[in-house]
Each structure stands twice: as structure tokens, then as C-alpha cells.
Ligand binder design. Sequence first.
Ligand code: NAP
Length: 644
Amino acid sequence: MNERNPHAGQPIADDDATIAAALADVSIPTLLLSLVHITGDPSWIRGALRPQGLFLNEVQGFMSEEAKAEARRLALDVIRAYRDGGCKLPPPPGPALIREMMSWLVCTDVPDEYVPMMLEEMELEGRDERAVGWDDAPASARADFPVVVIGCGQSGLLAGIRLREAGIPFTILEKNPGIGGTWWENTYPGCRVDVGNHFYCYSFEPSDHWTEFFSQQPELQAYFESVMDRHGVRPHVRWETEVVGARWDEAKAIWSVRIRRKDGGEETLTARAVISAVGQLNRPQLPDIPGVERFAGPSFHSSQWDHDVDYAGKRVAVIGAGASGFQIVPTIAPDVAHLTVFQRTAQWMFPNPNYHEKVGPGVKWALRHLPFYGRWYRFLLFWPGCDGGLVAARVDPDWKGEGAVSAANEATRQIFTQWITSQVNGDPDLVAKVVPNYPATGKRTLQDNGSWLRALLRDNVEIVRSGIDRIEQDAVVGSDGTRYEVDLIVYATGFQANRFLFPIEVVGRGGAVLSETWGERPAAYLGITVPGFPNLFCMYGPGTNLAHGGSLIFHSECQMRYISGCLKALIAGGHRAMEPTQAAHDDYYQRTQKELAGMVWSHPSIEHSWYKNAEGKIHILSPWRLVDYWSWTREPDLGDFAIS
Ligand code: NAP
């Protein structure tokens, strides 16, 4: 007998009332697509019941209450019959119908080039298409090709999962005592993801367990822990082990990886290849404000939150309000005596009423039981943030208006401005402080359900937009001389994101030091490989951060498939080493830089941004459409490499 497709849902044994209650909660357009799977009848998407529009995280497609009620009523009959018939499914929809279902769900004709990528992301056939087949690389040769992975966050764990599947021996070295990387380190109050969790998770793992649509840090950390154990990766990880350096041995074609254990002792591991999965956001950036060291009370960086310090009833300063401060402020505001928020640059916010919402039992039921509901839900979260964001981010050289870079960008500015001003009770002082003066999406746009401005409107919260002159023993002094006496300072001032792999000393061919090779301009071919550094592969490397949509997990899955393809080429071909040609690398770098120069993130009106390096240039972000990056990374073009 054929095995049941893992996405076909668990058989239903619930009574009618339970099913009806569950349907009250679900995404109706997604439900209607599940009905197509259950019945094999396309007429569910060819009638009057249909989504009316698309907006990121609006999962009801703007359908009217009447239409949703009608859909629920019809669905109950279908699901009841499906249950009573033993939950048997008809043959799956064919490719043309699937394509029709995609376009129907997102009210857009999904172009041909996106269909294979989305099919792969959705795994409707129940197969993990991003797993690389290893048949042409003998198992004995794989077993003789040890790999070291640096870092055990989401990308390092993914590397471990794929290497284990490949039968390649590997060790993951992690500086922290547990898994998660940024989701291990950032335990500040209010820390949560801002990409919808039913998409921000591995494509090959179930997604029916999330308790919130945008989970908080403990749940995310626990997720990575459980995935690690399900895939047997834990025995391969060495915790509290920091990589100090890595040196390429040309004669032996191996990397010597120098590590420092928790006890301070050092040792050296050898590997045929190294995968860097160190992330971009884990080395705190503390501000260069005079007097920082004079402050007598407790102070810490947002990513090093000291939970022994009780902030309740204290006068607190939060210095910096980007993505981290934006989450900290509303969370601690009700408990502190007074909160002074020092925000150098105002932030654009994307309206998202569900940002703090819990996943109800009905949605969980649907994810668990309704055939392919979870897969279509994933698509519904992915599509609105898939490449459409690039349109509003691209500079139109002919655009003459102020405060925007194109007509689309101006439209975004207006939507965001309206969202902000509608919340501040017409307070002109506050409007002046909280509406950004640079083009929309020029810095990282934050997800917002109104909690930020509600916090700023509290009597015990004050936002200071003037600069900081100095810090004294018991106060932060603004550039206008105002003294703000505080008991506790939180530095939510971001990370040293432009220093890739910092502070690891990576020495490649001919003694070249990677940090010196890169200087202020870190670059890698497809963000993954670097000339002169053979068999070194980066995940979330230069030019791969996403400011226009998608999810870093999606990007990691692209990168790890590509890296697996490189390892397979090395092993199957019996080669010693591969590195990109300088020509392939430089061509990619120049094209990427040219593209980035035409994006809003590079706009000169943006004075401060962690996207920009000391030269004001961007080397962190990908300007590319996700569909292009996906297609370029499906497998390596060996013509781009020098292979020895
Ligand atoms: P950030 O976005 O770089 O924000 C740092 C804040 O500190 C900004 O307000 C910045 O002002 C300010 N600042 C920095 N140096 C300063 C100085 N010398 N004086 C005064 N103010 C200073 O850092 P982050 O909030 O930690 O976030 C970093 C990234 O982590 C995010 O963009 C995002 O990619 C990720 N993140 C994601 C989530 C999530 O998924 N929900 C949550 C947190 C972080 P300027 O704006 O003027 O530079």
C-alpha cells in the first residue's frame, strides 16, 4: 500500500461540533483549497467564494463575513463526509490545477518561473525536494570527508541535518551552551520573530505546533532543539567551544580549525571543508558615548540581558530602538517606574494586527488534520513577501518627489504614515518624533500591532530623539543638556554586522587572511564561496541578508543545497579543493553592487543603518529576487570554480 502523504493530515475522528468550532478559526481561502484536495473537485475555486485581495499576514483574503460563513457551512458537510468515508483522498490535483490554485489564493497570476520554487517550498508530493541525492558519490568517499560547521543556529543546524543525511562525518562547534544562535542569545523581554512562524520554519518539518503566529524566543529556541534531536544532530555538536581560527593547509588540502574549549584549553580539528554558519547578528555593537563606563547602576546589551536585574519599579533608559528596542519597550513599559527611550532614527512600521496573537485551537486542528492546509498556508505567508517588496525598494531615477524613491515607494510611505499617525491622537509633537524622514523600507521595516506607539503614549514613557551627549554616574544626558536620571541602562544598539566571521582568523591560500582580504567590503560568490579560500562555504554570508521579504530559513535552505552540491562534486570527483574563480566572483560582486546602488537601502538620506558599512556602502544585503537566488543556487555551475 502507498504511504500516506505526510501533508495529507492526520485522520479525523472528531465529532461535528468539534469540526464546526475549528472552522470558526481557520483561514477560509486556505480551507477552500483543502476542499479541492479532499474532493478532487476544482469547482471550489471557480465559484463566487474567493479571496478579494492580498496583504501580508492577512490570511482571510478580505472575504466578507457572509462569504466566510457560507464557506464554513459548505466545508463542514465535505469534511464530515471525508471523515465518515475513512479520510480517503482522491488522486492529487494535476499541475494545471495546482497552478490555478496558487493564483487563486493570492489573487495574482503566479508567473511560470515561480511555480517550481513554490512547489518545492510546499512539498505537495510529500518529498523533501531540497535534500540532495548522494548516489553518485560513494559512501566510503563521503565517510572520508570530514566537515566542520561553525555555529549551531538555524543555518548550522540545517547544515548538520544535510550532512547527516549525506553520511558525511561532521562536527558542529558552538560557542554557546545550547542551540539557536541568535534565538539562544536574545532573551530580552518581548523577543519574538517577525516573519510568520508557519513560514519561518524548515520547509521539511511540520508546522502545526506554534502557539503564536510570531513566536517568542523560548518557543523558537525549543523548536530548534526539538528539530536537532529529531534529526540526530545533537551528538555531533560541541557546545561552549569557540572557533578561534582556521587555516588552509595547501599541501594536505585540509582546514586546521583551532578551537577554544570552555576550560580555556585549545585544540585543533582537521576537516576537508568548513561551513561557516556564524550568523550576522551576534557580536554586540556598544555605542561610543562618552562616560559609558561611569554609569554606576546595572547596564547591559539587549542580547546579553541580565535576568538577575529586576527592572520593575526602576527608572530605565533604553538606548537604541531598532528591531530589538522596538520589542523591549512595550514589554517592560507597564512594569517600570519610568522609561526613557533614546531613538536616534525613527522606524517605519508595517501594520500587522496579528503580531502578538495566539494560534487558536481551530487553526492548530486544521494544520494537523485538513489535507495540505499547512502547505497552502505556508504559500499564503510566503507569496506576499516574495519579490513584491523589491518593487517598493527600487529607486526610480526619474522620480522627482520628496521622501520617496518611486511611485510605489511613495504609496508605501503613505500607507505606513497613515498607520502611524492614526495611533497618536493627533499629537503633533509625537508625530514629529515617530514619522521617519527617510523613504519607506529604507531601513529594516518593523512589524507592528500598535503596541509601540501605545507604549510611547504612556505617562511613564518618554521618547527622546535628540542625541546623547554623555553618560554620568546616575544619568543619561541628552545633547540639549537635559539630564535623565536612571537606575538601569539597556543598550539596544545592534550588532557589528559588517564584520563577517569576526573575530575568527581565517587564513586561506598563500597565508591570505580573510578579514584583511575583505576589509570594509566583504563579498562572496552567491554569498557562499570566496576565491583563495578553498572548501570554505558560508551560510548567511556577505550579500545574503534579506530586507525585502522571504525568510532567512528559506535562504539557508537554498545555500545548504548549493553547498551540498559543491561537496558532492568534490567527493564524487575525488577532488581536493574547489574555490570560485576570481572572474565569477568579481562579476557577481559587481552586479550585486550595481543592483544595491539602485535600491532604497542605499539612499543618501539614510544617515545611520546597520546595512551600510563605514564607507556608506552595502555589503550585507541581497538585492536579488528570491526566485533568482533560488535558481542560481539549485546546483553549483562547476564552470564557475577552480577545482583541483
Ligand atoms: P539595530 O536595528 O541596528 O538598532 C540599533 C539601534 O541603536 C538603532 O535605533 C540605532 O539608531 C541605535 N544606535 C546605534 N548606535 C547608536 C549610538 N551610538 N547612539 C545612539 N543610538 C545608536 O539593532 P537591533 O535592534 O538589535 O536589530 C538588529 C537586527 O536584528 C534587526 O534589523 C533584525 O534584522 C534583527 N532583529 C530581528 C528581530 C525580529 O525578528 N523580530 C528582533 C530583533 C532584531 P539608528 O537607527 O540611528 O542607527
